[in-house]
Design a protein around this ligand. Sequence first.
Ligand SMILES: *Cc1c(COP(=O)(O)O)cnc(C)c1O
Length: 401
Amino acid sequence: MSEQTKNAFFSGLQQNLDQLREQGLYKPERVLASRQGAEVVGNDGRTLINMCANNYLGLSGEQWVAQASIEATEKYGYGLSSVRFICGTQTVHKELEQAISTFLGTEDTILYAAAFDANGGLFEPLFDENDAIISDALNHASIIDGIRLCKAARYRYAHNDMADLEAQLQAAAGKRHKVIVTDGVFSMDGTIAQLDKICDLADKYGALVMIDECHASGFMGATGRGTHEHHNVMGRIDIITGTLGKALGGAMGGFTSARKEVIDMLRQKSRPYLFSNTLAPSIAGASLAVLKKLSTSTELRDRLHENTAYFRAEIERIGFTIKPGTHPVVPVMLFEAPVAQKFAARMYELGVLLSGFFYPVVPMGQARVRVQLSAAHTRAQLETVLKAFEQAGHELGLLSK
Ligand SMILES: *Cc1c(COP(=O)(O)O)cnc(C)c1O
């Protein structure tokens, strides 16, 4: 009986997995045999130009970043075997928190093992059933999960729709505290949240503003501080979450940065902080080295934006349709799911690593390949990628010229 029940569980899982495969929704993992970088080597030995990492500043595989992590390991050891508040806080963690606050223009910062945890542990300690959370419909999964863990009333506004945001603020009028929550940049389209307008609405309705800067910290804005710098609202954002696992080095780790009262309360009550291990000192040390470099030079950020502008102009000149914008996420629209799949497969054969996205990850009829530029890409590599786009586009009958 119990054996049978158990077997039914496992065979049920297998059926669901088979169904995912049939629907084309099963996600295989690509295995790399090299460091992350502008070029990677697959486990089949092939070298590919990588156009699908969140390695915006090209730091993931950089030797000086690896060296900084080695030096931190030598000084502080491999790990802490503790949460922060028992015996897991080292000077390097305090220095990193200070450096992030200075970089973002905030008062204080708390580190997490991941931005997923920063978002997951943000709302419940700060807001309760008297409060309202007003969230963009396309916010990241970790924000959605974090909001679910909190008792506050939930209001959802249509993606990037300021009229609907205002309507939701009005609907939440009776609530004690209100907080508007948005990704600074939305990673599927490279859409930049309208933080200037959002801050004006927040002022008008007495709401706080929280932004998730995972696709912005380190390179958006004139000196790379993020979307708040890009929109000239530094000092008007109340809470910023972000990752150390994308532009800022690419290992892992996350943070929340805000007024000191907010951070103090999160240190007391945020469950992923209280009940999960300290960020490894190797990551804290390397992240600190990255922030030092980014605070003294905009070279990498500038190169990333030059590469982005070049690629965006050239891919349109060839005849592809892209979502307009300025962010290094460039969605090249292919519309039909099978076309996006075939296109990504052909690009792989031509030596370019890309990811295709289709329903239900993006709306029906909006299938695409998503290109992500990096400061590490050379002009020659981008020319090779553009030639491959042109060839694959002609082969699949997508280009008229
Ligand atoms: C990647 C991402 C996260 C999660 O970051 P991790 O540090 O990898 O957990 C959270 N929010 C957004 C918007 C992201 O893009």
